[in-house]
Design a protein around this ligand. Structure first.
Ligand SMILES: C[C@H](N)CC(=O)CC(=O)O
Ligand SMILES: [Zn+2]
Length: 306
């Protein structure tokens, strides 16, 4: 069938720490290089084929310096054949120059690329989390009221020019249908190569909502714009994570989980690790009669350099 681009295999991406959640929100959020390494390897053990990686300073602040990534990247690469995906989103408070540095330095198989500018509402989390060890955590959330995650056409071109020559392919982060049209625009200009790995993001305030109709709307729009030239994946922010993953898997899509995207294992239950979420989504996938993709199958499906 048209949707058999995955040959029935579902790629699980795991985003282990990110730059959105802060240490006081969950004792299980990996912060130190040691924690990022162990959470990453456990996630691969559980079935993740791709690791989406960010770095943090010892107090948990997002760290987008190549040095920060040097603390865990070599060890992860030595210990697993999982596909390494380095963020170019960093923290939405950073400049694109700062954000692209680790991917430019390490020339990974995959790097994230955010396909449009948007409001990035983190402050509603202040209703859920009251106590913070560090002042920067509250500022990080409150400041998002006036935060624009900037990804202009020039910024996107800059990341493409900086990374494409290294053989790096992209996880195109699309938070709304406009971002799919931006990707189509760059495809028309021949600046991106098919198959496009589209990571559609649901339920982040400022982007499209988490309703099943929103998921269908993004899928239909991507099908219309890209036909067979894209590989679809979804991430649901927070408590929407598993429901959206289940819907997408049933539709032939791939999925992303991990503590970057949600701190939860279930209603009001903090996930003890990203691997817990990988195990849960894997069970959903296998109960749908589908199989998960190995890292090499993911490379095959996404056309990566390996
Ligand atoms: C919603 C996610 N934080 C999207 C993301 O992972 C962005 C990036 O790292 O480039
Ligand atoms: Zn990320």
């Amino acid at each position: 069938s048209k949707d058999n681009k995955n040959a029935g295999k579902v790629i699980i991406t795991c985003a282990v720490t990110g730059a959105i959640h802060t240490p006081s929100m969950s004792p299980h959020l990996p912060v130190t290089p040691k924690e990022i390494i162990s959470d990453s390897l456990a996630a691969v053990e559980a079935g993740a084929a791709i690791l989406h990686l960010h770095a943090r300073h010892p107090d948990g602040r997002p760290d987008q310096s190549p040095e920060g990534f040097a603390e865990f990247l070599p060890r992860i690469k030595q210990s697993t054949d999982a596909v390494v995906n380095i963020t170019t989103g960093g923290s939405p408070y950073m400049s694109v120059e700062e954000r692209v540095a680790p991917a430019a330095t390490y020339q990974p198989e995959l790097a994230s690329l955010n396909m449009g500018s948007m409001n990035f509402g983190l402050y509603p989390m202040l209703n859920r989390f009251k106590e913070f060890k560090h002042d920067w955590e509250r500022e990080h959330l409150e400041g998002s009221k006036d935060l624009v995650f900037r990804n202009s056409f020039k910024d996107i071109e800059y990341v493409l020019e900086t990374c494409y020559g290294n053989g790096t392919r992209f996880e195109f982060e699309c938070y709304d249908t406009s971002h799919l049209y931006n990707l189509a625009h760059f495809a028309d200009r021949g600046l991106v190569k098919a198959p496009f790995f589209v990571q559609s993001v649901f339920g982040l305030l400022g982007g499209i909502g988490p309703h099943p109709e929103d998921v269908m709307h993004m899928k239909r729009t991507a099908d219309r714009l890209f036909g067979d030239d894209f590989r679809w994946s979804v991430l649901g922010a927070g408590s929407n994570q598993f429901r959206i993953a289940a819907q997408a898997a049933a539709l032939g899509g791939n999925v992303r989980v991990g503590l970057e995207d949600s701190l939860w294992a279930g209603r009001g239950e903090l996930a003890k690790s990203s691997a817990v979420q990988v195990k849960k989504v894997r069970a959903i996938i296998e109960n749908l009669g589908l199989q998960i993709a190995t890292p090499d199958e993911a490379r095959e499906i996404l056309g990566l350099k390996g």
